[in-house]
Design a protein around this ligand. Structure first.
Ligand code: ADP
Length: 414
């Protein structure tokens, strides 16, 4: 039996976790804590087909993680007996510093902390998780797997915002990209599904979940992505609108008197599908649109228009497109979004076979017609398994942790 990895994804009021044996692709246990810091938190732990749920006050991430570790003892499997060889932490912002999964030491902790102003909603809770987990599970290495790492080496033409250079450099303003673990995973699994490696392929990957992002990948390396300094840019999402004229924000401030917090709330929580239709869940938006709701119809049209624009733009960036992959809750399950994205892109060789598109399936599958110029695929993402495999690779490559630390230290400062 190979080693197990505990994957932790700590949000501001939640902890998502999974225990896996990544080399066997085995899922051992998983769970979710929600509403940390609120009156009553909800905890759900799933192991061997049984779900254990409870509600209790969990004021801090420390309390929540203690409860999670207790649940492993109570509902199984006890971590002490599970052969845990490492803990893998999802970290959203790795800045200019981290271009790969990295063994966590004091200096790495300090750098993640230093990067917090670039990701104020994400890095602080990620770091809280790391700090508490290192305290409670001191006997194993902890590894940080960054959402931004895959996009670390984007070409400067794609990563640079055309604003005053000194201002941009002083404040770390550039395109960092997010969902990198998923884009990287899909950029490998997609080609595999058609019996290829990523070399020689021009791929567009659409990760469509509550957050959504697109990437253009040539020979396995990303050349552009739609999220930028923050996860606000790009596609239309559940509650975020993606691309917007920055002048709109100046106008709302000057003419409507909106302050920065109000604008932040508008952009992060009152935009996208939710802003246009009142619902952020794609299933509900579709249901409303089918019932004749004009706002829901418009929301779907705006989202699909944006998707087609990005596929076209990335095909132009890459000089063509060989593979178009859909992933995430919407990308994997919503055939109508896939069909609407492909509509009108026949000139690029993009086509979707209606029967294949409508057929349910679990694994990677092709939905383009036989002989089509572009392979259009549905490729389920698996961020937990990807993080666990990355964590394992770091731990095994780091027989001498000091060497790993030195390699990390050699990368440019954040
Ligand atoms: P997250 O970004 O939080 O991980 P997911 O990848 O789980 O989100 O995606 C959530 C989105 O997927 C929601 O908008 C949800 O409505 C949508 N979704 C899930 N299942 C379906 C389905 N069968 N048909 C259409 N949309 C779906």
């Amino acid at each position: 039996m190979s080693g197990a990895v505990l994957v932790l994804n700590c949000g501001s009021s939640s902890i998502k976790y999974e225990l896996l044996r990544p080399r066997e692709g085995a899922r051992v246990a998983r769970g979710l804590v929600e509403r940390i810091g609120e009156g009553s938190a909800a905890v759900r732990h799933v192991h061997a087909g049984a779900t254990t749920s409870r509600e209790e006050a969990l004021p801090t991430h420390r309390d929540a993680l203690r409860t999670v570790l207790g649940l492993f003892d109570e509902a199984g499997p006890p971590l002490a007996e599970a052969g845990v060889v490492a803990v893998g932490h999802r970290v959203v912002m790795g800045g200019r510093r981290f271009d790969r999964p990295t063994l966590i030491d004091e200096e790495v902790v300090a750098t993640i902390d230093r990067l917090s102003p670039l990701a104020p909603l994400h890095n602080p809770p990620n770091l809280a998780g790391i700090t508490v987990a290192r305290e409670l599970l001191p006997g194993v290495p902890h590894v940080a797997v960054f959402d931004t790492a895959f996009f670390h080496d984007l070409p400067p033409a794609a990563a640079t915002y055309a604003i005053d250079r000194a201002t941009a450099e002083a404040h770390g303003i550039r395109r960092y990209g997010f969902h990198g673990t998923s884009h990287r995973w899909v950029s490998r699994r997609g080609p595999e599904a058609i019996g290829r490696g990523p070399d020689g392929l021009r791929q567009v990957i659409l990760h469509l979940g509550n957050g959504a992002s697109a990437s253009a990948v040539v020979d396995g390396a990303p050349v552009d992505t739609s999220m930028g300094l923050t996860p606000l840019e790009g596609l239309v999402m559940g509650t975020r609108g993606g691309d917007i004229d920055p002048g709109v924000l100046l106008h709302l401030h000057r003419a409507a008197g909106m302050g920065v917090d109000e604008i932040d709330d508008l952009l992060n929580r009152r935009s996208g599908l939710k802003g246009l239709s009142g619902r952020n869940d794609m299933r509900e938006v579709r249901r409303l649109a089918e019932a004749g709701d004009a706002d829901a119809r418009l929301a779907l049209d705006v989202a699909a228009h944006r998707l087609r624009k990005y596929v076209g733009a990335y095909a132009a960036t890459m000089g063509g497109i060989d593979l178009l992959a859909f992933t995430g809750g919407i990308g994997e399950n919503d055939a109508a979004t896939r069909a609407a994205t492909a509509e009108g892109l026949g000139f690029l060789g993009v086509a979707v076979d209606p029967a294949r598109n409508a057929a349910p399936g679990d694994g990677p599958r092709r939905i383009s017609p036989d002989g089509a110029a572009v392979d259009v695929l549905v490729v389920p993402t698996d961020e937990e398994l990807a993080i666990a495999l990355d964590t394992m690779a770091v731990v095994e490559g780091a027989a001498d942790p000091a060497t790993a630390g030195a390699a990390a230290a050699a990368t440019p400062p954040a």
